[in-house]
Design a binder for this molecule. Structure first.
Ligand SMILES: *Cc1c(COP(=O)(O)O)cnc(C)c1O
Length: 365
């Protein structure tokens, strides 16, 4: 049996008619950029997150770049970020001239909030809380530190659509939050897309201006140097359809994760635990394995797909050679990069496929 790590066709087929109808509706509307679909999506997503504002942009990367720009991050400013986060998190900081200051992850593979304070200097301006793999960072500790040291908090929620920290949805807790609707995300579109959520009126207003060439109106009056970063009508319309089913889709991911948790009995394979206080929408089902590369090879022989999120931590990427880090500087992130692998996890996976994957995992030695 062949099982892919992800299969977007399956989840598309679950609500096929609704997507097809919405796509045709938008195509036939004659209006494709910044129209009623984007406006409705922004309202519905803000409501879903229980946040005052949502501003659609072209990608998660753009959301991060715009968020740090709104916070005024510039050359000489430091932003604290987890050493095992995705490269886009770091790029959002450095595209604005800021310097990433890495903090190692804890046992939940997210930033170790107890190690943040020792990295705060007079240059520190913000903390980027990346809610990796579908669970929340410890937002109580992060918000408390931010308050104590007058720092801004940016949330990267690209892997956490619907994740809760205690009684709040992530993306409503920090000063500004960044979302990606890349097709593989829990709330994935059918192309690139992203958004910013915030409770701060001025930040939302700035994001609306920056995404549209620095213009407050639709056309040709430019107050600042902005960019072209708009969520389009087709994506927004299709995202509205998916958003109406997001809780069902996340619940199905939870059921898949539950089967993995309950049925993987191989001591070589350690599923990532979820932090108390957070739920988990299982953007990825991540396991740690000391013999990770052998496991991947073995699963490949059994036609089971896996992906490593992520094989090279940002401080060891060529793009960030100028920061001057070397192997050994962030040993926990480096160890995780050698240990983690994401198992098949997607809406529409069959129970026979899961049986097959779990059986293979339990036979690995
Ligand atoms: C996907 C992702 C991004 C970037 O989103 P794009 O829409 O692909 O630009 C940023 N941060 C994290 C944690 C992500 O998973």
């Amino acid at each position: 049996m062949k099982v892919l790590q992800n299969n977007l066709k399956r989840q598309h087929d679950i609500y096929l008619d609704e997507y097809n109808n919405k796509a045709l509706e938008v195509l036939n509307s004659g209006w494709y950029i910044l129209g009623k679909e984007v406006e409705s999506f922004e309202k519905e997503y803000a409501d879903y997150i229980s946040c005052k504002h949502c501003v659609g942009v072209a990608s998660g990367m753009d959301a991060l770049q715009i968020a740090f720009r709104i916070l005024g991050i510039k050359e000489g400013d430091e932003v604290i970020v987890c050493s095992n986060s995705y490269i886009a998190c770091v790029m959002g900081i450095t595209m604005n001239g800021g310097t990433p200051v890495f903090v190692e992850p804890d046992e939940y593979d997210n930033i170790d909030a107890d190690k943040v304070e020792e990295k705060i200097t007079e240059k520190t301006k913000a903390i980027l809380a990346v809610h990796l793999y579908g669970q929340s960072c410890d937002m109580d500790k992060i918000m408390e530190l931010a308050k104590k040291h007058s720092l801004k908090v940016v949330e990267d929620c690209a892997q956490a659509h619907g994740t809760m920290w205690k009684d709040k949805k992530v993306g409503s807790i920090g000063d500004i939050a960044c979302w990606s609707f890349y097709p593989t995300k829990n709330l994935g579109g059918f192309g690139d897309g992203g958004a910013i959520t915030t409770n701060i009126d001025d930040y939302a207003a700035q994001a609306r201006v920056i995404r549209n060439y620095g213009s407050k109106r639709i056309h040709y009056e430019n107050d600042i140097i902005g960019m072209n970063s708009r969520l389009d009508e087709l994506q927004a319309g299709l995202l509205r359809v998916k958003l109406s089913h997001l809780d069902e889709l996340n619940a199905e991911r939870g059921k898949i994760a539950e089967r993995y948790m309950n049925e993987i009995s191989n001591p070589l394979i350690c599923p990532l635990k979820t932090r108390p206080g957070s739920n988990n929408v299982y953007h990825q089902f991540v396991i740690h394995c000391k013999k990770r590369d052998e496991l991947i090879e073995y699963l490949k022989e059994n036609e089971i797909g896996t992906i490593i999120h992520y094989p090279i931590p940002p401080h060891l990427q060529q793009a960030y050679a100028y920061l001057g880090y070397k192997k050994g500087d962030f040993p926990i992130a480096e160890r995780y990069a050698d240990e983690v692998v994401s198992l098949p996890m997607y809406n529409g996976i069959s129970s026979e496929e899961l049986d097959y994957v779990i059986d293979a995992l339990n036979r690995f030695e």
